[in-house]
Ligand binder design. Structure first.
Ligand code: FES
Length: 139
């Protein structure tokens, strides 16, 4: 396991679905107070980005309304379906993910196999300065 920072906790809006993209992997991140869920970010119905969804009692897909428990990723519509929940940990004000798990989900064997095109940033100014892909929907 290689823990890497995904975001600062304070940069995440509380109880809002937020899209992140690492390489070709879409993630939806939901902060609930000091807890954070990092889930596979596309809907199991027709693939809509769940970062565009709404949070009510659950994470609700903006396209056709499938809902998922945002703490577990389990579909309320069909409990046998679930969004993969990625490892995450909040520590010292930052949200950490397991870069090795993310690398495997992106089709790499290890995080060292990533290249420049796999990188993304949640900092818009870093994106503007470096050309690294921006990982959020809105600046
Ligand atoms: S694509 Fe999400 S409910 Fe249809």
């Amino acid at each position: 396991m290689q823990k890497k920072i995904l975001s600062q906790l304070g940069a995440l809006e509380n109880l809002q679905a937020q899209h992140f993209q690492i390489s070709n992997l879409d993630l939806v991140v939901i902060k609930n107070g000091s807890e954070v869920s990092v889930l596979y970010g596309t809907c199991l119905h027709r693939g809509a980005l769940l970062g565009d969804g709404q949070i009510g009692a659950n994470l609700i897909c903006g396209l056709h309304g499938w809902d998922y428990r945002y703490d577990l990723g389990v579909s309320e519509y069909n409990n046998s379906e679930r969004l993969h929940k990625f490892y995450s940990e909040v520590k010292d004000g930052a949200v950490y993910i397991d870069a090795d798990e993310i690398a495997r989900a992106c089709g790499h064997n290890k995080v060292q196999d990533f290249n420049f095109k796999d990188l993304s940033t949640t900092d818009y100014s870093v994106h503007q300065l470096t050309g690294i892909a921006y990982a959020r929907v809105n600046p």
